[in-house]
Design a protein around this ligand. Structure first.
Ligand SMILES: Nc1ncnc2c1ncn2[C@@H]1O[C@H](COP(=O)(O)OP(=O)(O)OP(=O)(O)O)[C@@H](O)[C@H]1O
Ligand SMILES: N[C@@H](CCO)C(=O)O
Length: 319
């Protein structure tokens, strides 16, 4: 359920009147997603997504996200364009929230991708990285390596999620601090390219969406996040080598990772697994029972972390 804020029809008509997109035909809440309120807005000019930003997306960050999507759309990447009003503004206010009207893209969010879809996703990730290599925008990765200790400390009683988790997280944080690389190529990355953030028709990527974690970090870390989220069984215990090889082939067809980046992938994937383990554990502890939002299980990311820690983990990234 992701309609936290309701929109008054008169306010909506006034908002739409700022744009050259015709008049409102309908506006329906979208159930998927957990962070923001999303509506499917139909006007006499076409279909759009109306997103009202709830508390996690900071108003100060919105100009960064709008500029990023404008840049990627101009570069020909499969991303939804931010619609600008007649005065050039993309960020509006409605129902007490910041809001954007966004191009509606066809396609279906995946849950269980095939190898062919993994290859396509890897290719789209690589094409996006090529478009971002010289991009001047920058944003601190508030979910990045330097913040994991604070996120772990703020999560609460990790052992209440899984017995022994606190000690395992502490050991992992120490190891990652001692081994985290420096000097790998970095630029703005998506940082959350899970299958539910990729729209596809068959094996064609029609849209990369949900850029609200985008930030400056290693491009290889984005590959590791995508590997961790696309290539495992639901319980996180088994890496599907067919999917993983296809993902890497798709990506490497667009971007030639250096030997240092390839060598760092298992370590970066340990970091990626820890990041999602910690944020899921935080939400697990802090989301009250009976809340509208479904909590995501942290344990599959602990399983991934253990798999990436194994001696043979480099083989999981073979193209
Ligand atoms: N540009 C778009 N075109 C078509 N559908 C979209 C578009 N953007 C979002 N959607 C639909 O809305 C749903 C929710 O969007 P999104 O994933 O951005 O939600 P969220 O609440 O902002 O984020 P999260 O995934 O972190 O919960 C998507 O699963 C998709 O079905
Ligand atoms: N994609 C993330 C949510 C955003 O941080 C997860 O599945 O845990």
């Amino acid at each position: 359920m992701a309609v936290y804020t309701h929109v008054d029809p008169d306010e909506l008509a006034a908002l739409v009147a700022r744009y050259d997109i015709g008049t409102v035909v309908s506006c329906k809440g979208i159930a998927e997603g957990v962070e923001n309120s999303n509506y499917l807005l139909e006007t006499t000019g076409g279909r759009f997504i109306l997103t009202l930003y709830e508390k996690r997306v900071k108003a100060d960050d919105l100009p960064f996200f709008v500029a990023l999507l404008d840049h990627l759309a101009r570069a020909g990447c499969a991303v939804p364009a931010m619609i600008h009003d007649r005065e050039g503004a993309a960020i509006q206010r409605i129902a007490g929230r910041s809001a954007c009207v966004i191009q509606f893209l066809p396609g279906i969010s995946l849950t269980h991708p095939t190898p062919g879809q993994c290859a396509a996703a890897g290719g789209a990730l690589g094409a996006m990285h090529r478009a971002l290599a010289g991009y001047s925008g920058a944003r601190d990765n508030s979910m990045g390596h330097h913040h994991w200790r604070a996120i772990a400390a703020g999560a609460g009683d990790l052992d209440s999620v899984l017995p022994g988790l606190q000690a395992e997280v502490d050991t992992e944080l120490d190891w990652l601090d001692a081994h985290w690389p420096a000097g790998l190529p970095r630029h703005v990355i998506h940082a959350d390219l899970f299958p539910d953030n990729v729209l596809m028709l068959g094996e064609t990527v029609t849209g990369l969406i949900d850029f609200y974690f985008a930030a400056t970090d290693f491009r290889a870390y984005d590959v590791a996040i995508t590997h961790a989220s696309w290539c495992f069984s639901d319980d996180g215990k088994r890496c599907d080598q067919g999917r993983a090889s296809a993902l890497m082939r798709g990506y490497l067809g667009e971007v030639a990772l250096s030997d240092a980046e390839i060598a760092a992938l298992p370590l970066l994937a340990r970091g990626a697994s820890l990041r999602f383990l910690l944020t899921r554990a935080h939400d697990w502890i802090h989301t009250p029972a009976g809340a509208l939002v479904t909590r995501k299980d942290p344990s599959p990311f602990l399983e991934r972390l253990r798999r990436y820690r194994a001696d043979d983990a480099a083989a999981l990234f073979a193209a």
